[in-house]
Every structure is written in structure tokens, then in C-alpha cells.
Design a protein around this ligand. Structure first.
Ligand SMILES: C[S@@+](CC[C@H](N)C(=O)[O-])C[C@H]1O[C@@H](n2cnc3c(N)ncnc32)[C@H](O)[C@@H]1O
Length: 224
């Protein structure tokens, strides 16, 4: 499928799929969205609820690696060992990685080299990318995920239900529920009633939270 790199409203880039008329991130700001939905409402919430020394994250749709990059930046000076698993069926190309401006926009002198490392490492193997950040990229489809009681936090960042309704179903959320430890959290930018009901059906406690700029609400689900 054709992929185009475009700029979002906060100056950070994203990928656009013209055939589906779908973006990888919010057009109102890719970095802003990642910081709000996944860091503020997800990672920082896990830290404030449990003050853990280790956090295990599953990302649904590794894509450009933006969420992994902002996660690394957030725990840089924290005494937390982070294990990050990114599942992705359609990895982006080297040339696309080189055209994304996240490191420049994050203005962290080490962001560029870390962003390259996120993409350079082989798939299906675990790589220690920094003192406290370990990455495992798995090239597979979301419906193949079969982990049990493994993650503290899930970044659920699939394409929207308009283009991939099969990814926002009871079947997929049951897999997500099973893969979390009790008390584990799933965050997503989506806020649709049907998505919330599917989460409730598999047993999650679901909160509607304020969304990132340009979006009224988002969802956070906690495993009971
Ligand atoms: C909304 S994008 C977000 C990507 C990523 N979180 C980021 O920040 O760039 C969704 C991602 O899911 C991937 N994807 C779509 N359908 C998939 C499937 N059935 N199984 C695995 N990956 C899929 C896409 O290739 C894309 O990278």
C-alpha cells in the first residue's frame, strides 16, 4: 500500500495512506497525541499507581516507533527498567525512517541515535538499546498474539475502526485482557461507544478521559 510522509499540526511528521485516507497519528499533532494518550494517560498512570521498578509494555502497531521513542525519553532519568514489545505486520522502510522528523522535534541530543536503534535491530530478538530500555519487535498480525499475564501496559494504536473494524472487537480485546497482568492498563486514542462496549464485555473497567488536542475523548481500560 502506498505510504506518504506528511507534516502534522505540531510540526511532527506522520505517515498517510491515501488508499484508506488514514493517518498513522492525529493530524492535529503526532507527538502531542503520543505524549497525551500513551505517556500521560498510560505510562505515567502506571508509574503513579504502582511506583514499579520494572514495566513491560506491549504496543499494538509499532509502525514509526514514535511511541517507543517518547517512552524511552520519559524514563531516561527514572529508576525503571522498561521492556518494550512492538507488534507490527507491515514494518516501515529505512528511507521512511530517515524521513521522519521525530528526533529533531523532540530536541533531545540522543533521540536521533536512539530512533535509529529502534529500527535497526532485528525482528523476533530482544535488544538492549540503553541502560534501562529493552526492545523486542515481533513481525506478526495482532490476531496471532497469544501472551498471557505478561504486560503492565498496552499502547493500543491500531488504525481506526472505520478502516479496520476487525481490530476493535471482543476477540481482540480478550487477547489484550489475557496478555495483561491484573491491574494492567490499556490506553487508546479511540473513544467510540462500540469500542468501549467491547472492552466492557471482556471484563475491563473503562474510563473516558479527555483526548489530545483535536479530540474530545479517549479510553483507558484497566484489567480487574
Ligand atoms: C495507526 S498506525 C500506528 C503505528 C505506530 N503506533 C506509530 O506510532 O507509528 C497502526 C499500525 O498497525 C499496523 N497494522 C495494521 N494492521 C495490522 C495487523 N492486522 N497486524 C499487525 N499490524 C497491523 C500498521 O502497519 C501500522 O503500523
Amino acid at each position: 500500500m502506498k505510504r506518504e510522509i506528511i507534516e502534522t499540526a505540531d510540526g511532527s511528521s506522520t505517515i498517510y495512506l491515501p488508499e484508506l485516507n488514514e493517518h498513522y497519528h492525529s493530524k492535529h499533532g503526532a507527538i502531542q497525541e503520543a505524549q497525551h494518550v500513551f505517556i500521560k494517560m498510560g505510562l505515567l498512570e502506571v508509574i503513579s499507581r504502582k511506583n514499579p521498578s520494572e514495566i513491560s509494555i506491549l504496543e499494538i502497531g509499532f509502525g514509526t516507533g514514535l511511541n517507543a521513542l517518547v517512552t524511552w525519553q520519559q524514563i531516561l532519568n527514572k529508576n525503571i527498567s522498561l521492556k518494550y514489545t512492538g507488534v507490527e505486520a507491515y514494518p516501515i522502510l529505512k528511507e521512511e525512517v530517515a524521513s521522519l522528523n521525530f528526533p529533531e522535534e523532540l530536541s533531545d541530543i540522543n533521540a536521533g541515535s536512539f530512533f535509529k536503534k529502534l529500527h535497526a535491530g532485528s525482528w523476533e530478538e530482544t535488544h538492549k538499546l540503553s541502560e534501562n530500555f529493552t526492545l523486542t519487535k515481533q513481525k506478526k498480525f495482532f490476531h496471532e498474539i497469544d501472551d498471557k499475564l505478561k504486560y503492565d501496559l498496552i499502547y493500543f494504536d491500531a488504525f481506526g475502526a472505520r478502516v479496520q473494524p476487525d481490530l476493535w472487537t471482543v476477540d481482540i480485546f480478550k487477547k489484550m485482557y489475557d496478555s495483561l497482568i491484573p491491574g494492567g492498563i490499556l490506553v487508546t486514542y479511540a473513544a467510540k461507544g462500540s469500542v468501549r462496549r467491547a472492552m466492557l464485555e471482556v471484563g475491563f473497567l473503562v474510563e473516558r478521559l479527555p483526548g489530545p488536542p483535536g479530540k474530545r475523548e479517549m479510553l483507558r481500560a484497566t484489567k480487574k
